[in-house]
Design a protein around this ligand. Structure first.
Ligand SMILES: Nc1ncnc2c1ncn2[C@@H]1O[C@H](COP(=O)(O)OP(=O)(O)OP(=O)(O)O)[C@@H](O)[C@H]1O
Ligand SMILES: [Mg+2]
Length: 437
């Protein structure tokens, strides 16, 4: 070991070791007598014959004992293994060196490469910005997706849910946004995905042009529940770090549902009751804590997208319902639309951007409302139109909705590699519905 490594090692040594001993292992929980530590504190469990300690976190108490959950699968822990408290929660290294990297839930590069350059220690648990110091969302963020920029305009610092069933195009849409959006940097958290999907997303959806302006954090479904939660917290902390540097950050979390499921697993292990459709109370405590951290702050902004799985389109499912209540908008992807080959499969009428009125011009808003009204008119009369029972001329509104239908569907469609630049989304929209800008 060289000199600087030794000094690094020395710095991590706490001369007043706070130590305890493992007394019991039950399922994914480790019980220990001591050390003195609080919930959320990081501990090292030293195992005889192993060089590296196992990292674990205090997740609760049982009488006098601590309940710990490990970051890695536990293998050789034995009774009386030494438990050492670090006296603080998990910290990661942050800095520009993270850009273009794929990291694990603890912020280490997955390919084992080193992080060079200036790095700062940064706790993964952060309080949300003071609500009184949060600037109001006033500026649009162009995402390069025509349907969203035109009809569901997102503001810098807005938090949006993407709701859909499986395989309707969430990951593809996130990849398109990551490649095209006018943000300074992307932070992408892939939580609870299958391992195979990770490489697929990075290589196909994100591509090299997306990756070079992104930090990707991965915690796959086979990892312990705590690592999946850490992945979500680590990605959020990295986004917060870049926001504190004055940047406009885009955070994408795929999927929030899997984060909630990981928290449920932890909750059930520590003995919480499953109260809402199998979800434990701590799930509903975690969601606002996590989602309130993004958004706008004094220096910069985090615009955030969280995907939420709604199988069978059940928008009242507890996680979807909780997320919708906290977020400032939702984009619904519809399987029926995808089945027609209409991608991105956004159901415009079911989607809403709660800040759109604050970030667009009155003319843009008027055109968007007109587009929606025509879509709604068509849907209302669709059954009649399909069976040929609608007589043209009976309603000028429906006639107009039918006339403009092909151009509107064409407007909503966007191929994966199709670029939408500058004012195209808005200009084409106003032209289409006959407004002036
Ligand atoms: N914009 C698009 N253009 C053409 N095809 C698309 C588009 N978006 C999605 N698809 C098709 O839909 C399939 C599923 O998309 P994607 O993997 O993005 O869905 P997902 O919602 O992320 O799925 P999962 O729930 O499994 O994560 C793709 O393999 C592709 O065939
Ligand atoms: Mg996906």
């Amino acid at each position: 070991m060289n000199r600087s490594a030794l000094i690094d090692r020395l710095e991590t040594i706490d001369p007043y070791h706070r130590l305890g001993r493992v007394t019991r292992v039950v399922g994914i929980l480790i019980e220990s007598r001591g050390p003195r530590a609080s919930v959320g504190d990081l501990c090292r469990i030293h195992i005889t014959g192993e060089r590296d300690p196992v990292l674990a976190e205090v997740v609760g108490f049982s009488g006098e004992n601590l309940l710990l959950m490990p970051y890695a699968p536990i293998q050789r822990i034995a009774p009386e293994s030494l438990v050492e408290s670090t006296g603080h929660g998990l910290k990661i290294k942050v800095g520009d060196a993270l850009i273009g990297k794929v990291l694990d839930g603890l912020g280490h590069p997955l390919d084992g490469s080193a992080l060079n350059g200036l790095l700062t220690d940064y706790p993964t648990d952060q309080p949300p910005p003071n609500p009184l110091e949060r600037p109001r969302i006033a500026e649009p963020l162009a995402l390069g997706i025509r349907a969203i920029d035109g009809l569901l305009t997102v503001g810098k610092g807005q938090r949006v849910g993407i709701f859909s069933g499986s395989g309707v195009g969430k990951s593809t849409l996130l990849g398109m946004i990551a490649r095209r959006a006018a943000a300074d940097i992307n932070v992408i958290a892939l939580i609870g995905e299958r391992g195979r999907e990770v490489l697929e997303f990075i290589e196909a959806d994100l591509g090299p042009e997306g990756l070079e302006r992104s930090v990707v954090v991965v915690a796959t479904s086979d990892q312990p529940a705590l690592m999946r939660i850490k992945g979500a917290l680590t990605a959020t902390a990295i986004a917060e770090y870049f926001r504190s540097q004055g940047l406009d950050v885009l955070l994408m979390m795929d999927s929030l549902t899997r984060v909630a499921m990981a928290q449920r697993e932890i909750g059930l292990a520590v003995g919480e009751p499953p109260t809402t459709k199998g979800y434990t109370p701590s799930v509903f405590a975690l969601l606002p804590q996590l989602l309130e951290r993004t958004g706008s702050a004094k220096n910069g902004t985090i615009t955030a997208f969280y995907t939420v799985l709604v199988d069978g389109g059940d928008m009242d499912e507890p996680i979807a319902d909780a997320a919708r209540g906290i977020l400032d908008g939702h984009i619904v992807l519809d399987r029926k639309i995808a089945e027609k080959g209409q991608y991105p499969a956004i159901n415009v009428l079911k989607s809403v951007s709660r800040v759109m009125t604050n970030v667009v011009t009155p003319d843009h808003l008027k055109a968007a409302n007109r587009f929606r009204a025509l879509l709604a008119k068509y849907e209302e009369a669709e059954d009649l139109i399909q069976i040929g029972a609608y007589k043209s001329g009976s309603s000028p509104e429906i006639d107009e909705a039918i006339r403009l239908r092909p151009a509107m569907l064409d407007y909503l469609k966007q191929a994966v590699d199709e670029k939408v630049e500058g004012r195209e989304a808005i200009d084409r929209l106003t032209k289409l519905v006959g407004g002036v800008d």
